[in-house]
Write a protein that binds this ligand. Structure first.
Ligand code: F6R
Length: 256
């Protein structure tokens, strides 16, 4: 597990974008797992810049998003599909047929979730999964108490998550209480995990995930079991970590 502490949000976002761009350049047909929320916005902005200024090519890339609110159609401003289009997909040359965001308006949730899992398998699995983390330790919408072996399914959101996400809606009553989310096992099957966290309100969740026990009560702690994980945090989110961590990825060849 590689933990990297950057000075601020911008540097955190740039490093994450560089890692993603590196994969896209090396493997043009790669499969990216993507997240929404405020954390990855800087990463998406940087990737868009690289697309425009450095010809970073997404034409063969496929993407799978982690989650979507139940009840919100893709045209709803707070749906995750809308979020992804506005903040990323509309600004790069990704093929719409290669984009996958769970549907929030499916009437057959269990069979839809099975289909989503099958689609991931059919493209050969996810190469890199970008993750944020909830202040309660959730990943995707796998709230505390979620099975560590869970697959894509319907989940009820924690009260804390509903309150945290109310900032995106005009009224607290408008925040959906259910979502479709990739499961924890779906997430950990990806070949590489890239988690980001910024701000003091994530410090507790980061410390529990990285230095605490692996437990369903802190779903993000499952990253400790994954062979290829990078966690990039800003200084504020690193505040409660007790061990020493670098500010750069280690060099590939050890120095003298
Ligand atoms: C969103 C998602 C969530 C967020 C988490 C952090 O697709 O999977 O787990 O990553 O709630 O949200 P922000 O980044 O808004 O603090």
């Amino acid at each position: 597990m590689q933990i990297i502490v950057k000075e601020n949000y911008d540097r955190m976002s740039k490093l994450a974008a560089e890692m993603i761009a590196d994969l896209v350049r090396k493997k043009p047909r790669c499969v990216l797992g993507l997240a929404t929320g405020s954390t990855p916005l800087g990463t998406y902005r940087e990737l868009i810049r690289m697309h425009h200024e450095e010809e970073l090519d997404f034409s063969q890339v496929a993407t799978f998003n982690l989650d979507e609110y139940i009840g919100l159609p893709p045209t709803h401003e707070q749906s995750y599909m809308y979020f992804m289009c506005r903040n990323f997909f509309d600004h790069i040359n990704i093929h719409p047929a290669n984009v996958h965001v769970p549907s929030g308006i499916t009437e057959e949730v269990p069979s839809y979730c099975e289909w989503y899992e099958k689609e991931i398998k059919e493209v050969g699995g996810i190469d890199l999964q970008l993750l944020g983390i909830g202040a309660n330790g959730h990943i995707g919408f796998n709230e505390p108490g979620s099975s560590l072996g869970s697959r894509t399914r319907l989940k009820m959101l924690d009260e804390k998550t509903v309150k945290d996400n109310a900032r995106f809606f005009s009224r607290l009553e408008d925040v959906p209480h259910f979502a479709i989310t990739m499961g924890i096992a779906t997430i950990t099957e990806t070949r590489q995990l890239l988690m980001q966290a910024n701000g003091e309100n994530k410090a507790g969740a980061i410390a529990r995930s990285v230095e605490g026990p692996i437990t369903a009560m802190c779903p993000a702690s499952i990253v400790q079991m994954h062979p290829q994980v990078t966690i990039i945090v800003d200084r504020a989110a690193a505040k409660k970590l007790t061990r020493r961590y670098p500010s750069e990825p280690p060099p590939l060849t050890p120095g003298k």
